[in-house]
Design a protein around this ligand. Structure first.
Ligand code: PRP
Length: 216
């Protein structure tokens, strides 16, 4: 069986709405941040399907014993926000995954070479191989930053099939790179845009998500 990268663009009005708000050049930082929180929330909701491990058991209701499904507390769940822009999506993700451990990873692209460099790595030395990992980063442009993040995670024992990427705008060069290197990945995005320009910006995109989130 050939495993193929799966990219989901959930056809949901809330996701479309907050994407439109985020794209609008007239949206101020305070509203842009809200858009990131909402997109983080709804895309994480979608990403949790068939990813969050569950436990089948029974509960005693006031009237009868019945079958019940709980989130399995034995399987570790982690969220890895890619700083800075991934922090904007973290807040919404955390509302749905309140027990997840948060491991920050700071990556910045060189503006000329577009190569990422790592300035903060709070990942543990080793992950339990069952760990479910959700990575948040609103932009997948050339894919260099996400490739660097995935390399750090897989070196520490994370199974790519247990990873869900939550982003907002994904571009073809990144998807191409990721599909070759990590065919078992699952990506949840609000949209797939057309292209990446020479400066490394996704077009039409939403500009520099980090700068717009933090007003810099
Ligand atoms: C942006 C974005 C991604 C990366 C995507 O971050 O948030 O992390 O670039 O580009 P790539 O797919 O070509 O690697 P940036 O380096 O601007 O840092 P920031 O989040 O601190 O603004």
């Amino acid at each position: 069986m050939t495993v193929q990268l799966r990219v989901y663009v959930p056809p949901h009005p809330l996701i479309k709405h907050w994407l439109a708000v985020a794209r609008d050049v007239a949206t101020p930082s305070v509203l842009f941040r809200s858009a990131m929180v909402e997109l983080g929330r709804w895309l994480t909701y979608e990403a949790a399907r068939e990813w969050l491990p569950t436990l089948e058991t029974t509960v005693q209701s006031p009237l009868d014993t019945t079958a019940a499904t709980f989130i399995d507390p034995q399987v570790p769940v982690a969220v890895v926000p890619i700083l800075r822009a991934g922090l904007g999506l973290l807040e919404g993700a955390q509302t749905l995954l309140p027990l997840a451990s948060i491991y920050h990873l700071g990556l910045v692209r060189n503006e000329e070479t577009l190569q990422p460099s790592c300035y903060l790595n709070k990942l543990p030395e080793k992950f339990d191989p069952q760990t479910r990992v959700l990575i948040t980063d609103p932009m997948l442009a050339t894919g260099g930053s996400m490739m660097a993040a995935l390399s750090e995670l897989t070196q520490r024992g994370v199974d790519p099939a247990f990873i869900r990427i939550v982003c907002v705008v994904a571009a073809p060069p990144a998807l191409q790179k990721l599909s070759v290197a990590y065919p078992s990945l699952n990506i949840y995005t609000a949209t797939i845009d057309e292209t990446v320009n020479e400066q490394g910006f996704i077009v039409p995109g939403l500009g520099d998500a980090g700068d717009r989130t933090f007003g810099t």
